[in-house]
Design a protein around this ligand. Sequence first.
Ligand code: PRT
Ligand code: ZN
Length: 300
Amino acid sequence: MEYSEQRIKIAVQKSGRLTDHSIDLLERCGLKVTRSKDKLICYGENMPIDLLLVRDDDIPGLVSDDVCDLGIVGLNVVEEKRLKLEQEGSKGMFKHIFELEFGQCRLSIAAPENVQYDGPDSLENTIIATSYVSLLTDYLTKNSITAEVVFLSGAVEIAPKLGRADFICDLVSSGNTLRANALREVAVLLESEAVVIQTLAPLGDEKQALVDKIIQRLDGVLKVHDSKYIMLHAPRSALPQIRALLPGSEVPTVMPLEGNDDKVAIHAVCRENVFWETLENLKAAGASSLLVLPVEKMLA
Ligand code: PRT
Ligand code: ZN
């Protein structure tokens, strides 16, 4: 394939927790790519968009250096890189533009179960192991704490057991790993999820229009998550009560029913799941012929 500079390059994690979600999401935005586990690049078949498959830690750098126009990566990795560059006196050439509602986790300090923790002061003059040196150093500086930060690239949780650290600072999602290592979460430094970052280098009108289109589609895909289309019949007099019962809905469409002046048909998009209890409450308010449908796409 001849490579055109007008194609958008998106850096995506090659193999890890964010990979499937990232590619699925782009596919739900209409992008068709030939997936290949061993290749560095997946070419878009129907849009001028290609995916660069790399380690997540490299994504902010690739976007900052303008090798890629966009990147999908955890906010934890973005913030660590941004602070690292700042601490080195330079500036990240990327901006965080969109949250993707997956990959949720938090960067937390954890203490061994038998060690007392009474707030950040308990960290004074201790050793803390982490893969997130910049985020942790920033937290300690902001809290005026002097502590030794030890970098570990993996298996941070076992550092206290091995006597290499008093505390750790690592990502937590369910908390099972901490519990399995007799640790407890004592402070949250950052709430994280996957985000889209964009290079600060100007893209040109054509590429920027394509980026805007992808973001609009991502927004549409995420908005329909949990959204339902609900249809029902109801007495005209019950309309205010029915409207109040529709979860997260905008103004519903109300239509007359042929040959029945007292009843109307109501259609509404509910931006939350519609549970059986809601249907039962709607029925008790006079609704009948209730139908709930999934929403596939939405464009505001
Ligand atoms: O090879 P590459 O460098 O690309 O991958 P990686 O091993 O660095 O990253 P990966 O695939 O493990 O995670 C990618 C991203 O997923 C992270 O940067 C976060 O943004 C996000 N994420 C969400 C998580 C977790 N949840 C998570 N629980 N990343 C890591 N963990 C680890 C955590 O480090 C700890 O070891 O899972 C363990 C804790 O999980 P719980 O559920 O036991 O609390
Ligand atoms: Zn990584």
